[in-house]
Design a protein around this ligand. Structure first.
Ligand SMILES: Cc1cc2nc3c(=O)[nH]c(=O)nc-3n(C[C@H](O)[C@H](O)[C@H](O)COP(=O)(O)O)c2cc1C
Length: 209
């Protein structure tokens, strides 16, 4: 159990603990652009009022100065009302090569500013925009195995006028991080560190694995 008094402002922590923190954010920042990077995928945990719900999503961007991670989803997906009703979420990243896990908690917000949503939408490759043109809401029960795309888009990317329909289904989600739990499995001994944004600053401590 973490003793409150053991958390120390990062600037008063050891260089090594600061390096861990910098390294976490550097990996999160680089991962979205690198297809092979394990941290490009995360397991997002939401609460549906009865059960913790987990699913894999793609990390789209990370902003250390704002403590933010961004993911994109379909507005019709069940995670959207879950986040709106219970904004407190958790996320899990694991890199099996580096043997580094981070688990984080924070508050998630479905982006409601059309200007921000438009600019993120415009930056998406047509092949990614296509996914939001799905005719059926995610999770809709279907009689047969069905690729959820308009017939004409099953074999090609949409033209701008064809992907416009997807814009209404496109929901960027911002996660503002409060806690980070870092675990590093090393042959010479495992390490763990905890970080919490508290009193307007990041605080940290080493912890038992
Ligand atoms: C490798 C992989 C990447 C995925 N990336 C996303 C994503 O970025 N956004 C998303 O909404 N769903 C993504 N999914 C689908 C989700 O895991 C999930 O099935 C879907 O979003 C419905 O979840 P929900 O009903 O909890 O909202 C991905 C699935 C896989 C297997």
């Amino acid at each position: 159990v973490l003793e409150k008094s053991s958390l120390t402002p990062l600037h008063e922590c050891s260089a090594e603990l600061n390096k861990v923190f910098q390294d976490i954010w550097k990996r999160l920042e680089l991962a979205p652009a690198t297809r092979t990077e394990a941290w490009r995928l995360l397991t997002l945990g939401t609460w549906d009022g009865v059960t913790p719900q987990l699913r894999t999503v793609v990390l789209r961007s990370a902003k250390p100065e704002l403590r933010e991670l961004w993911i994109y989803t379909d507005r019709r997906a069940s995670k959207v009302p879950q986040i709106q009703q219970h904004p407190h979420v958790s996320a899990l990243f694991y890199d099996p090569v580096q043997q580094i896990q981070i688990r984080l908690t924070g508050d998630a917000y479905v982006e409601s500013d059309p200007a921000i949503t438009n600019s993120l939408w415009s930056a998406l490759h047509p092949g990614s925009q296509k996914m939001y043109c799905a005719p059926y809401a995610p999770g809709t029960a279907l009689d047969t195995p069905t690729v959820n795309l308009p017939e004409e888009l099953k074999t090609r990317d949409p033209l701008p006028e064809e992907s416009a329909v997807g814009r209404a289904n496109f929901a960027p989600v911002r996660i503002v991080i409060q806690h980070l739990d870092w675990v590093y499995l090393k042959p010479e001994g495992h390490l763990r560190a905890l970080f919490e944004f508290k009193q307007q600053q990041w605080q940290a401590t080493w912890a038992a694995t």
